[in-house]
Write a protein that binds this ligand. Structure first.
Ligand SMILES: [Zn+2]
Length: 129
């Protein structure tokens, strides 16, 4: 999933439209305010940005800013932490990406409106393991 997101190959609305699917709109289901590409979904979406801000706070980081999914995947190395912390941070980044994608899918397929706090709670619970 992370590699597909990094290469912008997830079946987001923008990608599906590029492949010829007729969609009413390509707006992001989480914020409703931007074309749903992988880049938007994980880095520019206001919902995702709030998730990242809370994850950063939980990890005692000043902030987590990214322009692309690749930036998020490289973040643990950029932070220059000890090896164990780098691995843990990488796991938290992947877990966060995964939970944002789940929130997106639930929004589309189950008409569920997720709250940022609930998504962050799932990230914390998943990251614990
Ligand atoms: Zn969005």
């Amino acid at each position: 999933m992370a590699r597909q997101a990094k290469q912008d190959r997830l079946p987001t609305r923008v990608e599906m439209r590029k492949r010829g699917m007729k969609l009413q709109d390509v707006l992001c289901p989480l914020c409703g305010d931007g074309s749903e590409s992988s880049c938007h979904l994980f880095t520019a979406c206001s919902f995702a940005m709030e998730v990242w801000a809370r994850v950063a706070s939980w990890c005692k980081l000043a902030s987590i800013y990214a322009f692309e999914v690749r930036d998020l995947l490289l973040l643990p190395k950029d932070l220059k932490m000890r090896k164990q912390k780098t691995r843990t941070m990488h796991g938290i980044i992947l877990t966060t990406l995964w939970n944002i994608l789940i929130a997106r899918n639930e929004s589309i397929f189950q008409w569920k409106t997720n709250k940022v706090v609930d998504v962050v709670a799932k990230i914390k619970a998943s990251s614990f393991f």
